[in-house]
Design a binder for this molecule. Sequence first.
Ligand code: C5P
Length: 410
Amino acid sequence: MNSIALFEGKRIILGVCGSIAAYKAVDLASKLTQAGALVDTVMTEAAQRFVTPLSFQAVTGRPVYSDMWRADADGGLPNHIAHIGLAEAADLLLVCPATANTLAKLAHGLADDLLSVTALAVDCPLALAPAMDGAMYESPALQGNLEILLGRGAQLIEPEAGRFASGLVGTGRLPETSVLIGRLRRIIGADGELAGHKLVVTAGGTREALDPVRFISNRSTGKQGYAIAQAAIDAGAEVVLISATGYLAPPVGATMVAVDSAQSMLEAVLENISDSSALVMAAAVADYRPQAVSEQKIKKSQADLSLPLVRAPDILMAVKAQRGQTGYPMIVVGFAAESENLVENARGKLQGKGLDLLVANDITAADAGFAADTNRVVVLDMDGGMQAIDLRSKADIGAYIVERIGGLLN
Ligand code: C5P
């Protein structure tokens, strides 16, 4: 797991309750630590019957607290009011897995163990990830308690449907770590620089059909666009990700719109930008498409075959026209994949397509551009400014682009 800027130095109290899903919390604690968070684990008595404090201590490198009465750092608190110190420093209290019993205690303010006492003392957001048998989760008592907690501002990480340890099937399973992390990014980033803004991001290479089985496409994988969408979520934006690729895991919390051709991407973009703050056209959109799509698979009966191509719609030009009338999106960011005269060509594109920012990448380098996990870009703005960003992860480049959009919007 790579470090995640949003988690860097964040203090997370991880409250672990007695559910079979407690073993998944060990993996979560590990991944959060790798992402840069400082995870202080507080375990209930029952949680320790499923996993040991040592597991959490080993993966977080920090003491684990469980005993309200013992005044030491080996499972108890360093002193009798340390839970206040723990609570004061916290950026988030995450109860994961949250059992019906602990949720009932939190809903009604009971304080008979370290976790419930700490929950009363914290001043930070509270996130709850319930995990229990389906019938328990559906029970009126549990749902009533959840309602109380959500009414007080707690954030729910919904359990998933699936098979339980009991063999029964229902809703109540703790989501996998990647989903939990994705949900936490939304919760922690909620008040970020783009809170209240809607961003539309396009990603991937469009596919222009020749016949029912063949298409013309390009080497774009969508990685940079997906990284921008994730960075925007981390900054608190509502994100619509219009994707021409199905290979990458969608960022948790993004509204996904699947498209294939330039025409279908154009329609999805125009439909979504009318109330958006920014559009980021990271997709590699076809410039040409086959003039006709054969209804039947093209047979290899001829020695050679010519396929006439016609221009595909230019999405950014259509956006420019719509924006001229509506004023939306407020900011438009384009990309340029160039193999020669990078800056010159990019400057022309910025003006021609009416962009606020243009991100140009040199697609001839192996460690940047298509398919790579890293990128090296030059960002041009409409005031003539130019910023070269040397080799960085696509996540970092995404965060930089989002930061520039935030600067233009605010
Ligand atoms: O002109 P060029 O294709 O290099 O411009 C790249 C930018 O224009 C990218 O942001 C891309 O998403 C967008 N584009 C578009 N419609 C096309 C081709 C590219 O909006 N048909």
